[in-house]
Ligand binder design. Sequence first.
Ligand code: 0RQ
Length: 501
Amino acid sequence: AKSRINNPLLATRIMSAAQAAALIKPGATVGMSGFTGSGYPKAVPAALAERMKASPFKINVLTGASTAPELDGLLAAVDGIATRLPFQSDPICRQRINDGHIDYIDCHLSEVSQYVWSGFFGKLNVAVIEVSAIREDGLLIPSSSIGNNKTWLEQAEHIILEVNYQQNLRMEGMHDIYYGTALPPQRKPIMLTEAGQRIGEQYLRCDLNKVIAVVETDSADRNTAFKAPDDDSRRIAEHILNFFEREIEAGRLPKTLLPIQSGVGNIPNAVLEALDSGPYKNLSAYTEVIQDGMLTMLKSGTLTMASATAFSLSPAGIAEFNANIELYRDKIILRQQDISNHPEVARRLGVIATNGMIEADIYGNVNSTHIMGTRMMNGIGGSGDFARNGYLSIFMSPSTAKQGHISAIVPMVSHVDNTEHDVKVIVTEQGLADLRGLSPRQRALTIIDNCAHPDFREALHDYFARACASGRGMHTPHLLNEALSWHERYESSGSMRSGRK
Ligand code: 0RQ
């Protein structure tokens, strides 16, 4: 294939992944590209893991969001990660975190960049960034995700570029890198009033003197296949669509809704599918990730425009994108994650945020990250950026987990990511609870009656009634010695069932 390294200076820095990995020192803090399985470096992390196998050492790994087995999986397997942030979803990495071997820092994705600018994580020693190509003038054509790449390139002392020949060159022009961000008090308004606006540049700037290596790769992104929506997901989607209809009738939502933010996974995908088969036209998306469902909606005209920071497509989705890239390249904008998830923009546009949850309590607090209060699942990701600032913040889950032994609606969540103040709507396959305008005690009855599984409803009513009768604080009634007893029962007996304590 024709070389994609068109800058003469950088062409002299081409080397193997092993040679490039040898330039990363033990203990280094490394900012890597990668967001939800796309645009992550494909070769240098593996070469680093090989080096660590031969003589063990650790590095600190910062990314955009989740990566892939070739990055998180390999480095975690050789115990090569000391500190990890801001998001991961790799099973081996998760295990190492929960075994106490990795210090994981779970951040709002929009905030990582300012944390790094402020130096909270120390010096960024190296950036390892996948790009599609290097232009003659040294500007970088980004790949299938932007994430924190702008910040890594600006902040790192040294830069290693991976040029991936699998990335479609026709993506050139789909990116919008905004160079107007600053730390307070120099901050200016982000002039985005519509999801489809461009405010930046098509290319990533790069100080060529900092580039210590260029590595050529030729392998595809992670591309996890989607499961077809199951019954629960379909029912959850149905409840949400009915709710949108009622909101349109009430005059609280326009017929084109408001820009949609959609989390990743089975349920969000079912919601997208339902929207696409509904009466909707000319919707827009201001979100993090472009999934298969969004491509379908862009093609059918349900969606006019989608703004995100990354793709997260199945193999079929990738094939569809490449086959029809001329259609998609004008309808998708990829931005850095501090803009795709910007609280100011999410609030101004009034996004409809739809995200998954692990559990919610009867007062509307949501746990998105911790299994039984202690074990990390993935991380808060962008859910907080959008939920806190969105116009409608919807959290979705089946009403039970683990063959019905766990209730997703509990007396008190075992960890809080999204608070009662930020959660507007909770949906399970049982129904939808609209919490807007309700006091805590009103919310409790609404959530129990609409969202809890029938097998757990009576026990929840019983808890709430006894909490109300306890004579303690009546604003948010709780029985403190019982509030987490459902979790305790699951930990000791494998089930939340068996009635009240
Ligand atoms: O575990 O696989 O071992 O069986 O949690 O649950 O039902 O498959 O749901 O894949 O949609 O994930 C909240 C984790 C939901 C996700 C969460 C167990 C369950 C299963 C997964 P197993 P499901 P999903 C934008 C938005 C935070 C980040 C975010 C998430 C596993 O949505 O990570 O929103 N959100 N980002 O069995 C114990 C419960 C449980 C439970 C489920 N109550 N107790 N275990 N499980 N409920 C995207 C980005 O930011 C990149």
